[in-house]
Design a protein around this ligand. Structure first.
Ligand SMILES: NC(=O)c1ccc[n+]([C@@H]2O[C@H](COP(=O)([O-])OP(=O)(O)OC[C@H]3O[C@@H](n4cnc5c(N)ncnc54)[C@H](OP(=O)(O)O)[C@@H]3O)[C@@H](O)[C@H]2O)c1
Length: 305
């Protein structure tokens, strides 16, 4: 599996990570089998959040890893905090510190490799985030830090106080959900896609060596788009032709589309299906042509002005 360095660090991560948000959908007995399958594919990066399955995803992951007897240092474990479901966001010192303790307890580990701030908090005090990160780093509970769904200005506000680097920004990106890309491509137009919803975050991350992790890479605004021929005929037709050329599946091509972007992104795939994750793992071996990349983008309904 191809690896990249996460942000400015020397931490090497596979370009495909497993998102563990749906892990609690598997039966307990299926979890170790699935995790071993991922590891066999070279996927040793696991993305969690304190809220996934109300903590059950982290618990089942820990149980699965224990059964497999995988040494901790063979795994790269990331988790996120800051969302209190159906209520609000909390990036206060106390919340971050308590959340990490809960994460470590559920994951049955002494440290996580990366802690990510799940969403921006309007009431954030960057000094408090800085204090929390320093304490977590010093205690050895967290090695590295990142953010998710953050705009450049929100990252800059944090950076003004943080001693630790922000290595990554986890953002929604797929062929269909690609406002990150369309706002740049439709610059200076009055089209829907030209609306800058993220403050030019993709260019910002490239300029600042912040790795973009693409969440929900196989979902669009109406859910998964692959093989939904009736809803998305053009996209599925194009995916079908291109995957036939490379002798892979549409799933591989949808992930290869993200990896083809020169920002060197990491795909966080959430499938719990052994066949599909195997197909995702083939994506780093496929390099789409410029023609194919733009064709898929347009067939997903985006315009080129
Ligand atoms: N930072 C954030 O705010 C945020 C938000 C959401 C998610 N995430 C992270 O991103 C990860 C991925 O999110 P996700 O699960 O929504 O993304 P995804 O990988 O785009 O979607 C996976 C879902 O789509 C289904 N699916 C249907 N057809 C598929 C196909 N051909 N290929 C792949 N999957 C297909 C899968 O079902 P099967 O399991 O049956 O294959 C699964 O339910 C999460 O696990 C989480 O770690 C982060």
């Amino acid at each position: 599996m191809k690896t990249i360095k996460l942000g400015k660090s020397n931490l090497k991560v596979p370009v495909i990570g497993l998102g563990c948000m749906r892990l609690s959908e598997l039966d307990e007995s299926e979890v170790p089998v699935y995790l071993q399958h991922c590891l066999d594919l070279g996927i040793n990066f696991f993305d969690h959040a304190d809220i996934y399955g109300e903590g059950e995803c982290e618990r089942r992951f820990a149980q699965g890893i224990k059964e497999l007897k995988i040494p901790r240092e063979d795994l790269i474990i990331q988790s996120k905090c800051g969302i209190i479901p159906h209520r609000y966001y909390d990036l206060s010192y106390k919340y971050i510190i308590n959340s990490v303790d809960g994460i470590l307890e559920r994951l049955e580990t002494e440290y996580i490799d990366v802690l990510v701030l799940h969403r921006p908090d309007a009431l954030v005090e960057p000094e408090e985030v800085a204090k929390a990160f320093e304490k977590l780093k010093k205690s050895g509970k967290v090695r590295y830090f990142g953010v998710s769904n953050h705009k450049p200005s929100q990252i800059d506000l944090l950076k003004k106080y943080l001693k630790n680097e922000i290595l990554l920004n986890q953002m929604q990106l797929s062929i269909q959900s690609s406002s990150l890309i369309s706002s740049g491509l439709e610059a200076n137009m009055i089209t829907e896609g030209s609306i800058d919803r993220n403050g030019g975050v993709l260019d910002y991350c490239r300029m600042n060596k912040i790795t973009v992790q693409a969440w929900s890479p196989f979902q669009g605004p109406h859910g998964a788009f692959i093989d939904k021929d009736e809803m998305f005929p053009d996209l599925n037709w194009a995916l079908g032709e291109i995957c036939a050329k490379y002798g892979v599946s549409k799933t591989t091509i949808a992930a290869a589309w993200i990896l083809r972007h020169p920002a060197n992104m990491q795909v966080i795939a959430g499938t719990m299906n052994t066949y599909r994750i195997s197909e995702v793992a083939k994506a780093p071996n496929v390099e789409l042509t410029r023609d194919e990349w733009y064709r898929l983008y347009q067939c997903a309904g985006h315009i080129l002005p």
